[in-house]
Ligand binder design. Structure first.
Ligand SMILES: [Zn+2]
Length: 236
């Protein structure tokens, strides 16, 4: 089964400048110049391409699935970067799909490696970490685009201007911050819990940060989807 197209990244996982229309040749593990990137239009088309979950056999956009690879140690692992070379198998980031994929050896079949014991719990833990990184990356991209209000004063201002699309409050935020966030949620602003004050502050290059507001609707929507997947991992 063809589970995916060859990826267009070099071995360091960096995006390469679009090249002229050279036929794309798969060069697994090849040294030297990597496969040229597709034209941006092609990239956009493949972004939401459909894949089959090797757990439930359901079809979903690759954005809704996590990618599994055969890791360097021979174990099946979640492809944290989503861009590792070689074959990939796709799974819904839901516990039941990981467990089905593990028990039926669907991942190994797709990766064309011999059946091996696959630890469903370890995969769930890796998927959780991968989702957390994705959420962190999205928050950072909002900051880089200057579409992130950081800290209570900035968030108050954003809510007053009605520019706050999504509020993120850390799990260890103080009662005052939580109460304010819940009032804003009651007034119709999306609210999700994420990270800790120290960890969020560190990733934003600040001291401790207990609350941020995402001002960009697209990034807010992607973050909401990512958090909903966290919830599915916990429940499923
Ligand atoms: Zn599934």
């Amino acid at each position: 089964m063809q589970s995916e197209r060859p990826r267009s990244r070099n071995p360091q996982g960096q995006r390469r400048a679009p090249a002229v229309a050279t036929p794309r040749v798969e060069r697994r593990g090849a040294k030297g110049p990597a496969t040229p990137a597709p034209e941006p239009a092609v990239e956009a088309l493949t972004h939401g391409a459909m894949r089959t979950c090797v757990g439930c056999r359901g079809s979903a956009s690759r954005d809704a699935l996590v990618r599994m690879i055969s890791g360097p140690d021979g174990q099946v692992a979640v492809d944290m970067s989503g861009r590792a070379g070689g074959r990939g198998a796709w799974v819904h980031p839901v516990r039941v799909c990981f467990e089905k994929a593990a028990s039926r050896h669907g991942i190994e079949r797709t990766l064309k490696v011999p059946p091996r014991p696959v630890d469903g719990n370890a995969l769930v833990a890796q998927a959780r970490e991968s989702l957390e990184r994705r959420a962190q990356g999205l928050v950072l991209s909002a900051q880089r685009a200057r579409r992130l209000a950081v800290g209570m004063a900035a968030v108050v201002e954003a809510t007053e201007r009605s520019t706050a699309q999504l509020l993120l409050v850390t799990a260890d935020a103080g009662n005052h911050t939580l109460a304010a966030a819940e009032r804003w949620e009651a007034a119709g602003i999306l609210l999700r819990k994420f990270s800790t004050r120290e960890s969020l502050g560190t990733s934003l290059n600040r001291g401790e940060v207990a609350i941020v507001a995402v001002l960009d609707p697209g990034i807010a929507a992607e973050l909401t989807t990512t958090f909903d997947r966290f919830a599915a991992l916990e429940d499923g």
